[in-house]
Design a protein around this ligand. Structure first.
Ligand code: FES
Length: 139
């Protein structure tokens, strides 16, 4: 029984993605320059205990912009929320370590840098601060 519990735990913690990517030829160049948000603005996300390790949350901003905030083993990261492929919310994707996989077609992004691991592209990443147990994002 103990061995079964060990293997079940191992499976749940070490196996995140099964997506096998074929090379895709999508044009990911942005056609529109996104409206820049005011920089230096601090957005309060919530208490550190509200976002458990391995979880991600969507933060709506004025103007329809959204952030995805991730807890990776107690370290917090933030990126824009919309996948550059077809616009899926990355906050609803699968988070495995520092990689979030889009739930629609499986593109993967490093939440630390915003780098796309599937095609040559990048999403915006943001500075995250934790002060007095409160997580905030600097835009
Ligand atoms: S919307 Fe297609 S990979 Fe994200």
């Amino acid at each position: 029984m103990l061995a079964l519990r060990f293997w079940a735990g191992f499976w749940l913690h070490k196996t995140c993605f099964v997506t096998i990517h074929a090379m895709q030829s999508f044009n990911t160049d942005s056609d529109d320059a996104a409206t820049p948000l005011a920089t230096g603005r601090k957005v309060i996300v919530g208490a550190i205990n509200d976002l458990r390790p391995g979880e991600c949350v969507r933060i709506g901003l004025p103007g329809g912009e959204e952030l995805a905030v991730y807890n990776v083993d107690g370290e917090f990261y933030a990126t824009e929320n919309f996948c550059p492929h077809k616009g899926a919310p990355l906050s609803e994707g699968a988070l495995c370590g520092h990689i979030v996989e889009c739930g629609w077609h499986g593109w993967q992004f490093d939440v630390r840098t915003g780098e796309c691991l599937t095609v040559r592209d990048k999403i915006r990443s943001y500075e995250v601060r934790v002060e007095d147990g409160v997580v905030s994002v600097i835009l």
